[in-house]
Design a protein around this ligand. Sequence first.
Ligand code: NAI
Length: 495
Amino acid sequence: MSQKVQIALAAGDGIGPEIMDACLRVFEAAGVQEQIEFIPVEMGERVFAAGDSRGMTDEAVETVERTGLLYKGPMGTPIGGGGKSINVTLRKTFGAFANLRHFQSLPGVDTVFSRAGVPVDIYVVRENIEDTYGGIEHRLTNDVIECKRLISAPGCDQVHKFAFKAADRFGIKKVHCAHKANIMKMTDGLFLDRFRAEAQHHPGIEIADVIIDALCMNLVLRPEEYQMIVLPNLQGDIVSDLAAGLVGGLGFAPSANIGDQISIFEAVHGTAPDIAGKGIANPTSLLLSGLMMLRHLGMLKQAATIENALLASLEDGVHTGDVRGDGHPVGTQEFADAIVSRLGRLPSGKEARPIPDEATANHTPPTRPSTNQLMRTFETIESTVAGCDIYVDTLITPLELAQRLERICEGTAFKLTMISNRGTQVWPSGSPYTEVVDYYRVRFELRDPAIVLGQMGQMPTIHLLTKVAEKFGVTDFQPLKYYDGKPGYSLAQGQ
Ligand code: NAI
């Protein structure tokens, strides 16, 4: 037999080692280790405590980069002190851009929907890198803090391509894109536009879009209407947990973080410090994530065999104590034993997974790039500067601010066109009922766009910025640009 596929393995913190041990025993019994070699790596609380702010050793990073695969248990994030979540760091550092989770009703797991006879079988694909998860935050004034929300066209394309490919593979007939493009017209608008663009390459799959708030209500009312939902990062994070609630909680939600080169498979719940070491944690989420990994590698037969044994155990009323159901609660290792003893058995209900023939692990380890790869979607667009937004830290009234700024821009190519506060226009028109804070956006646009537009570059706006900065505390500067003749900026509320 050819060489085994190597996978970095981090058991994690808290309940991590207990549930990982249970999963590895099930894998061993199903013959998985005949084709896979797990290589233990050091990540998590112990590494943070040893002073490494990444939470992973150099050897761990090297092993993940070399193998391209990581199977991990939950890991604690140090609270305070600026330590970032290792889980987010891992996904972002290794370019695991799509988070795939599968939420399905399981036999023996008592939920509102199982009692009502409503089956739930939903895949959630969440963009994993961008959005507010860039963690780009600044204190702008005494009273205002900003978090930058970045959405890129190539970032959208990666996740949408992955979603449609996965839908094809799973035989999914309809994919929804969820968003808030009615409010965030440009960022979520881009996410939706790129979804529609990618859909054109998959004519066999029906598409629809749904506004995120409506989705949350629909998921609770009619979860059976959804097969796959694609979402931006933060909205996807929230909807993933909502969907977990539909099928009995986080203990049943597997998760795969897929990138072009490196993929990470993990349980979605945390380290459960309240029950760590008691031997009662539920290994199902980590096991199902492991099954996603086996399927990712092509070990479809082993994955289906283990899943059927898991379903048969639950159907027989064997489950851990966190599960609501009529059966008898057992500990983590007894639950693993129950699964092992049922390998080869099918659950009696319609849940039984068909057993495919494919059983060979197939994986090409990453080729280390010589530098960071530049991704591009729109390569031939012409941009021209049309003005700028300058953000100032001031306590004066909108009218007084306008009068002072109009004096500042006299004799320049720009005129003051708008002042807004927290996104709502307060000058030249507005309502005195609009409450304001110490952070204004002032918009300058070309006095004569017909003549100058396209010929000026950004320097005149920088000169204007300098003039404003002589009189005001400037917190932020944003050139206003046209892209292929269309404005690349939003209007203020009320403008
Ligand atoms: P948690 O998911 O660890 O626990 C929430 C509740 O669910 C607890 O009552 C716990 O006992 C229960 N629970 C969780 N997993 C269970 C399982 N497999 N079986 C039975 N019961 C289970 O969330 P919490 O308490 O907010 O976070 C604890 C730590 O975990 C924090 O340091 C957090 O940063 C980290 N965390 C790590 C994640 C990861 O590694 N992907 C994800 C979420 C949190």
